[in-house]
Design a binder for this molecule. Structure first.
Ligand SMILES: C[S@@+](CC[C@H](N)C(=O)[O-])C[C@H]1O[C@@H](n2cnc3c(N)ncnc32)[C@H](O)[C@@H]1O
Length: 421
């Protein structure tokens, strides 16, 4: 089932938040508002409205004293959403064009239209799972002007897939327009990049907003997989990090990263390390390390341990795609034991209290996340012990579900506090 970003608010403030989001065009009418047994409601959000949402000012201006947070929730289509899932304008435009080429409209053609797309200013990127039927070939390249027009864009591109070249380079082809250079503004941060050379993940927006809400003043942060600065920039612009070391080995991404640091006037607080982060000549300096690589950042775990401050330790943000498609009788779902000479804690030493942003995911999903988090906490205690010869306490602070990747596979982030004892 599809996960959608939603605003979670106390039920008594539900109506007032609903009206506000509606007036801003930020309520996603394709999905239902859901009530939860803990006295909250979730209001589905239009993904493109997320960058403009400022939670602290919402809390003050919409309902003073209320609390709200962005969560990912399993979508339930609304009645309206079912019928309006495709842009009507796009349907009308392509329908006319097909009929002028003697092709009559049918439901197969309708379901072969893009169901979602990414917008970067005047450029729209569609996925590869559309326009697959031979009938579209009759129209030729005019089709792309019609589609762009129907989607309110001037340029059109299609993402084939993210390649496994280690750089996560997207295989993107331009269908309409010459330049593949885009500018993207979100949460007051400006990103510029070439969509055919660098990836930009819209799905990470909730994590980026979460980072923006951290208070990192005085901290030294290392972003091991910086890309074009998707997480590096919120650390600098909003979280107020004293210094960020940003590591990236894709030369195109490094070029965009450096440009984006300048555009956002934070270059003086960032050192870019171009190359393989496993060769990074730094150690014992980080208060925080961001490990934003999926499906797994495991290859960077020893590097993160080396980077952490030896005197105070620090916090790791460890990204991972976790699958819960395992039988619950599997041994992996048994509680992990602390390492023999390390110490793992979860919030309040009570496993049920681990903070998860999870009215989200099924019980089985959450169990799998917790098991992975406990295994990872054990592993880090061992890595840190082997590296330093000291005993370390690793403490699961929070597990954040960023998005669902496939049924029962979620991109999660573990916030792990590591302290030398
Ligand atoms: C998921 S992508 C980018 C994530 C980034 N936070 C973003 O959304 O812009 C991961 C990035 O890590 C880089 N990368 C992967 N392995 C690396 C390594 N060993 N050293 C340095 N960079 C690496 C890739 O080139 C890619 O740009």
């Amino acid at each position: 089932m599809r996960m959608v970003p939603s605003l979670n608010v106390p039920q008594r403030y539900g109506q007032i938040y609903r009206k506000h989001l509606l007036s801003k065009g930020a309520l996603d009418l394709r999905y239902r508002i859901q009530k939860h047994s803990n006295g909250t409601v979730t209001l589905p959000l239009v993904p493109s409205s997320l960058p403009q949402l400022d939670l602290s000012s919402l809390q003050c201006s919409v309902a003073h004293g209320s609390r709200c947070e962005i969560v990912q929730i399993q979508a339930q289509p609304s009645k309206k959403g079912k019928s309006k899932y495709c842009s009507e304008k796009l349907v009308e435009a392509v329908q006319d064009q097909l009929s002028s080429h003697g092709v009559s409209w049918n439901e197969d053609l309708k379901s072969d239209l893009p169901q979602s797309w990414q917008r970067h200013g005047d450029l729209v990127v569609i996925g590869e799972d559309c326009f697959t039927l031979p009938a579209w070939k009759n129209i030729g390249t005019e089709l792309w002007s019609t589609v762009a027009h129907g989607l309110g864009a001037k340029r059109l591109a299609q993402i084939k897939r993210i390649s496994n070249d280690g750089f996560r380079t997207p295989l993107v082809i331009m269908l309409l327009g010459d330049s593949s250079h885009v500018t993207h503004l979100d949460n007051k941060i400006r990103y510029e990049f070439d969509i055919t050379k660098c990836m930009f993940s819209f799905g990470n927006i909730t994590e980026k907003l979460r980072i923006a809400s951290f208070n990192c003043s005085g901290e030294t942060v290392v972003d091991l997989y910086a890309g074009i600065g998707y997480f590096t920039l919120p650390y600098l612009v909003h979280a107020g990090a004293a210094h960020v070391y940003a590591c990236e080995w894709n030369p195109d991404a490094v070029k965009a990263l450096k440009r984006n640091l300048q555009l956002n006037r934070v270059s003086d607080r960032c050192t870019v390390h171009q190359g393989d982060n496993r060769q990074l000549p730094l150690e014992d300096l980080a208060d925080r390390v961001n490990l934003g690589l999926i499906p797994s950042s495991e290859e960077g775990w020893p590097v993160a341990c080396r980077l952490l401050r030896r005197d105070t330790g620090g916090v790791l943000h460890i990204h991972q795609n976790v699958s819960s498609a395992v039988p619950s009788t599997d041994a992996r779902l048994q509680p992990a034991l602390p390492a023999a000479d390390g110490h793992i804690t979860t919030e309040g030493e009570d496993k049920t209290q681990v903070s998860l942003n999870a009215s989200l995911g099924s019980h089985r999903d959450r169990e799998a996340w917790r098991t992975w988090a406990e295994d990872t906490a054990t592993r880090f205690a061992e890595l840190l012990r082997d590296l330093t010869g000291q005993v370390w306490r690793t403490h699961i602070m929070h597990i954040e579900c960023v998005k669902s990747y496939a049924p029962h596979i979620h991109h999660i982030v573990l916030d792990l506090k590591c302290t030398p004892l």
